[in-house]
Design a binder for this molecule. Sequence first.
Ligand code: ATP
Ligand code: MG
Length: 418
Amino acid sequence: MHAEIIAVGSELLTSSRIDTNSLFVTERLNELGIDVRAKAVVGDDSNDLAALFRQALDRADLVILTGGLGPTDDDVTRDVVASVLGLPMTENPEVVDRLRRRFESRKLKMPEINRRQAMVPEGAIVLDNPNGTAPGLLIVAGTRRVLLLPGPPRELKPMFERVLSEHLAPHAGSRRFYRRVLRITGRSESHVEQAAQPSYQVWRERRLPIDTTILAAFGQIELHLRVSADSRADADAILDAAARDLHLAIGPDIYSDDGRLLEQVVGDLLVAHKLSIALAESCTGGLLASRLTDVPGSSRYVERGIVAYSNRAKIELLGVDEHLIREHGAVSEPVARAMAEGIRQRAGADIGVAITGIAGPDGGSDAKPVGTVMIATAGVGEPAVRTFRFFGDREQVKFQASQAALDMVRRRLVDYHG
Ligand code: ATP
Ligand code: MG
């Protein structure tokens, strides 16, 4: 079963309101193995809505429209759907009654315009709205289903849950979607794609094909795999094999295939090797320490972190030689190295990590442009230092620096057998 969603409301076309209903609806549909093929946002305009609705009806088994069921003239969804489907509408006395009682329970007289909400296309199932006046409607038109839901999320959610379990789940079959996310560092999106392409080819020809999506974010690439299967066991067998294919193709650049974030992977490696870590951060301002300590149980391995932002802090708190700073500058490989060794010794930790760089927007030079970051590690093997050049704004540079530092530690620990 394939679904399309149309969110109706001119306010959703402005920059002040976003369509969140379709996210909720999509999540619930996917849980039932119903795929959302397309979605759209349209203003309160009858012609625009009619055109979109006709298109959706051509393609999808299930079309879900949200919003525009209110009593006012700009609420056009009900009328448009009935007219496109060629269904006459009649006033439903039970709905009028329910609306009237709702107003009376608040000691109000029902405004006449609310009678519009009692208009029901021929053959439609009326869906009760305990949290508002607009009832929902479910129309079965041949092999197609059309579902109209009110716009306010607190009205839509309970109504959708009910219609899903009572009317849609019985037709959805036993197929469900199962997902797997692989997270990758150290490669560009196109390099990941190129390495994965031969596997995609093979998977596509299987009985249960795998859908893939590649998502590039700052500092990492995510590969999302999705399969539609009759059971968790079937899906796991397919997804495990697919993950193995990708591990062969991409190798240790894949840092997680089980949902774990990089800071969790590093934490687990530190626990496995019974090692402690200490951090000396300049341009990341404690972000690395923050990410590592986001992980529950990180007190087992995080010894301390110091934000050594000024030169004086680097000298006083980390024992960096002031001549080194004068000669090479605070953003330099020798200073990064000295910071990593300094924090490691002072903390008595197994591993010291240091970050120093230029997060921008000012402070760059030709030799060291904005985004230049040096990251050093000390302990557990040979000391290492690397110079990175990150793009993006201040926040993005800081994040990528923390990501690269975590990845340097990860790679060091993956190879560590001591
Ligand atoms: P009402 O009877 O309240 O008028 P309605 O079905 O006509 O119900 P709308 O008028 O379209 O709904 O929307 C009412 C409110 O619901 C909007 O102001 C907005 O806050 C919220 N809303 C509508 N559509 C969405 C959406 N797609 N995602 C999130 N919120 C929405
Ligand atoms: Mg409205």
